[in-house]
Design a protein around this ligand. Structure first.
Ligand code: DON
Length: 590
C-alpha cells in the first residue's frame, strides 16, 4: 500500500497525463476510457507478435537494456512473423540513450547492388515490369538487418551477441505453435510462395499441405542461419557460410547481389531529425526514410489550426488531415531520396515557416484537387508488410524500430538451405517518372535507382519527449500509410489527450496526394462523411486498415504499452509481468 501511494503521489506531479491512462486525480486507470494500455513498472515491449514481445520483456527482466531487448525481439520476429520480421530485409532503429540524453538513428535500409541501373525494371517498350520489380531476385536490395542489429548491440547494448540471438534460435529449432494469423496468412499467400521451392519447404508441410492453427512449425534451415550468425557475427551473413548461399541463389536466378555487394554493405548512424509540436519534442528518422521529415512537416502545418477544438473524428479534423497529407506527399515525390546520393532540403521542409506558409493555402471549406497541388519549391536563399516494435527499459533507454521485407514475404523467395526470405525493396525506388510503385507512390530523380543507393522509405519510428524526457515511442507498418498512422497517433495523444490505447484504436484516415482519394477506416460517422463529401473529397471507405501501431509510453514511473488490434497476434508485454505469466505464485524467475 505504501509503495502504491508513493507511486500515485509521484504520478500526480508529472505533467504527462495525456500519453498515459492517468486521470486528473492521479489514479493510474481511468475506467471511463474505452481502451486500456498494458501497465508495468519495470519496462515494456510492444510488437506485432506476442512471443517476440515476451522474449524482449524477458531480456529486460534479466537486466538487459532496451537495445539488448530490441535485437532479441528483431531476431525473434524473423521466426515468429516471417512475413515482415526478417534477416533478409532492412529497416530503421531510433535509440534514446538515458545516460547521454542523445537520440541516435541507425539506418540499416537495404542498398541497391553495385550492378543496379536506373532502368533495370523497364521492358523493351520502356514500360515498368512490375513482376521483375516485385517478385524476382532483381527486386532484392542488399539486406541490412543483420549488420544494423549488430551495430546497435555492440555500440549501445550490454549483452553478448550470441545471447540475444539464442531465443530466436530456440524458436526456429524447437518450433513455434502456429497461430490463426500465421496459418491464415500462409494460406492466402500459398500460390505465390509455393512457386519457390525453398519457400515451400520453409512454410508448408512436406506434402505441400498448410499448417493448421495449433500445429508446430519448425524452421531448421533458418535455425542453421541464425546459429551461423550467432557464432561468427555479421561476417557469416556478409562474407561467410550464409553469404555463399545467398550468392549461389543469385547466380541461379539472375540476381545482382554478389560477393562484392554483400561485403560492401554498411549500416549508417545518422543524426535524428527533430521537430516540436505544442510543447512536445519529436525525434524521428532522417532519409533514407521520408516518414520523420513529413510527420514533422505535417505537425508544423497543423500547429496553425485549433485541432483540439475541431474534435477527434470531426469533419473539420479529417478535412485538415487530408489537406495536410496531400501537401506532404506532393513534397515527398520531389524532394526525398537517400541523403548519401541526393541533397534533401531537410531544414526547409521541417521549418515552422514553411509549415505556416502551407497552412495559409488550406481552405477549410473546400477540398483542393491534387492536380492543383505541386511539390513546393525551396527558396533559393535556403541552404540546403513491415513491422514495428517499441521498447522502454527501466533505466530510461528507448528503442523505436521499424523493419521490413517490403511486401509481406518480400519477393516470396527463400534462400535455399538458409531458410529466410529476401526483400523486394527495389520497388521502393522510382522505376520510371510518373509510374507509381506498389504503394501508389510517385517520385523523381531524388529516388531513382543508382548503384549502392537506398530506396526511399516511409518507415517512421519516432520518439516523443516532454521537457527533455522520453514519453512515447511509436511506429507502424503500412507502406505510405505508415506516415499518416504515426501522425494521427501523435495528434490523438497531444491534441485530444487520449491514452495510448484509445489513441491507437481510434479510426484513422489516409490521403497521399495521388491517387486523389480520401481513405476512411470504418468508424467515422455518416454525418462526418457527408460533410466531407460536400467539401469535395472523393471518399473510399472499403479499404484496408491504416497501419498497425506498436507503442510504449511512460510517465517516468510506470510504463504503458498498446498493440494495435488491427492485426492479430500482437501484444504489449511488461517486464515485471513476464516474470509471472500465470499471475499465480510462486512465479518463475526468468
Ligand atoms: O519502406 C517502405 O516504405 C516500404 N517498403 C514499407 C512496406 C510496408 O510497410 C508493407 N507493410 N505493410
Amino acid at each position: 500500500m505504501k509503495v502504491l501511494s508513493f507511486v500515485l503521489s509521484f504520478v500526480l506531479l508529472l505533467p504527462l497525463a495525456q500519453v498515459n491512462a492517468q486521470t486528473d486525480d492521479g489514479a493510474i486507470i481511468n475506467y471511463g476510457e474505452q481502451h486500456h494500455p498494458v501497465i508495468d513498472a519495470d519496462g515494456m515491449v510492444a510488437s506485432q507478435n506476442e512471443i517476440a514481445s515476451r522474449v524482449g520483456a524477458m531480456i529486460l527482466a534479466k537486466g538487459g537494456n532496451a537495445v539488448d531487448a530490441a535485437v532479441a525481439v528483431a531476431f525473434s520476429l524473423a521466426v515468429t512473423t516471417p512475413r515482415a520480421g526478417n534477416i533478409g530485409g532492412g529497416g530503421f532503429m531510433l535509440v534514446y540513450l538515458a545516460d547521454s540524453k542523445q537520440t541516435v538513428a541507425i539506418d540499416y535500409r537495404e542498398k541497391a547492388p553495385p550492378a543496379a541501373t536506373r532502368d533495370m525494371f523497364l521492358d523493351a517498350d520502356g514500360n515498368v515490369d512490375d513482376e521483375r520489380a516485385r517478385f524476382s531476385l532483381l527486386s532484392s536490395g542488399v539486406p541490412g538487418t543483420v549488420a544494423g542489429l549488430h551495430l546497435a548491440l555492440t555500440k549501445y547494448g550490454t549483452m553478448r551477441w550470441s545471447d540475444v540471438i539464442a531465443p530466436a534460435i530456440k524458436l526456429a529449432d524447437d518450433g513455434i505453435i502456429v497461430m490463426y494469423d500465421m496459418a491464415e496468412n500462409l494460406r492466402m499467400k500459398r500460390d505465390r510462395l509455393t512457386l519457390n521451392d525453398a519457400a515451400r519447404k520453409a512454410f508448408y508441410k512436406e506434402n505441400g499441405d498448410l499448417y493448421q492453427a495449433g500445429e508446430l512449425i519448425k524452421q531448421k534451415d533458418l535455425a542453421w542461419t541464425l546459429k551461423q550468425i550467432a557464432k561468427n557475427g555479421p561476417d557469416a551473413f556478409y562474407r561467410g557460410a550464409v553469404a555463399k548461399k545467398i550468392i549461389a541463389e543469385m547466380e541461379r536466378g539472375g540476381g545482382l547481389i554478389d560477393a562484392e555487394a554483400l561485403a560492401a554493405y554498411k549500416p549508417v548512424e545518422r543524426m535524428a531529425v527533430h521537430g516540436s509540436y505544442r510543447g512536445f519534442d519529436i525525434a524521428a528518422m532522417p532519409p533514407s526514410s521520408s516518414g520523420g521529415i513529413h510527420v514533422i512537416q505535417m505537425l508544423n502545418i497543423m500547429e496553425n489550426f485549433p485541432v483540439s477544438r475541431f474534435g477527434s473524428g470531426s469533419a473539420d479534423y479529417v478535412h485538415l488531415l487530408t489537406e495536410v497529407q496531400r501537401l506532404a506527399f506532393a513534397d515527398r515525390s520531389k524532394h526525398l531520396g537517400d541523403l548519401d546520393y541526393y541533397k534533401v532540403p531537410m531544414q526547409w521542409l521541417t521549418s515552422k515557416e514553411y509549415g505556416k506558409q502551407l497552412a495559409a493555402g488550406i481552405d477549410m471549406q473546400k477540398a483542393r484537387p491534387s492536380s492543383d497541388v505541386a511539390p513546393g519549391v525551396e527558396p533559393m536563399h535556403e541552404s540546403p508488410d513491415t513491422t514495428h516494435f517499441s521498447i522502454m527499459d527501466g533505466k530510461g533507454n528507448v528503442v523505436s524500430n521499424t523493419f521490413t521485407l517490403n511486401f509481406s514475404y518480400g519477393n516470396h523467395i527463400v534462400v535455399p538451405g538458409a531458410g529466410f526470405l529476401l526483400n523486394n525493396e527495389m520497388d521502393d525506388f522510382v522505376s520510371a517518372p510518373g509510374v507509381p510503385n506498389a504503394f501508389g507512390m510517385l517520385g523523381d530523380v531524388a529516388n531513382e535507382i543508382e548503384p549502392g543507393k537506398r530506396p526511399l522509405s516511409s518507415m517512421t519510428p519516432v520518439i516523443v519527449f516532454k521537457d527533455g524526457a522520453p514519453v512515447l515511442a511509436t511506429g507502424s507498418p503500412g507502406g505510405s500509410r505508415i506516415i499518416t498512422a504515426v501522425l494521427q497517433m501523435l495528434v490523438n495523444v497531444i491534441d485530444f489527450h487520449m491514452n495510448i490505447a484509445d489513441a491507437t484504436d481510434a479510426p484513422r484516415m489516409h490521403h497521399q496526394w495521388y491517387p486523389d482519394k480520401l481513405y476512411l477506416e470504418p468508424g467515422f460517422s455518416p454525418d462526418t462523411i457527408n460533410i466531407l463529401r460536400a467539401r469535395g473529397h472523393d471518399i473510399e471507405t472499403d479499404n484496408w486498415a491504416v497501419g498497425s501501431l506498436q507503442s510504449v509510453a511512460t510517465d517516468g514511473v510506470l510504463y504503458f504499452g498498446a498493440s494495435d488490434p488491427r492485426r492479430p497476434s500482437a501484444a504489449a508485454v511488461g517486464a515485471k509481468e513476464v516474470t509471472c505469466p500465470l499471475k499465480v505464485p510462486p512465479c518463475a524467475t526468468p
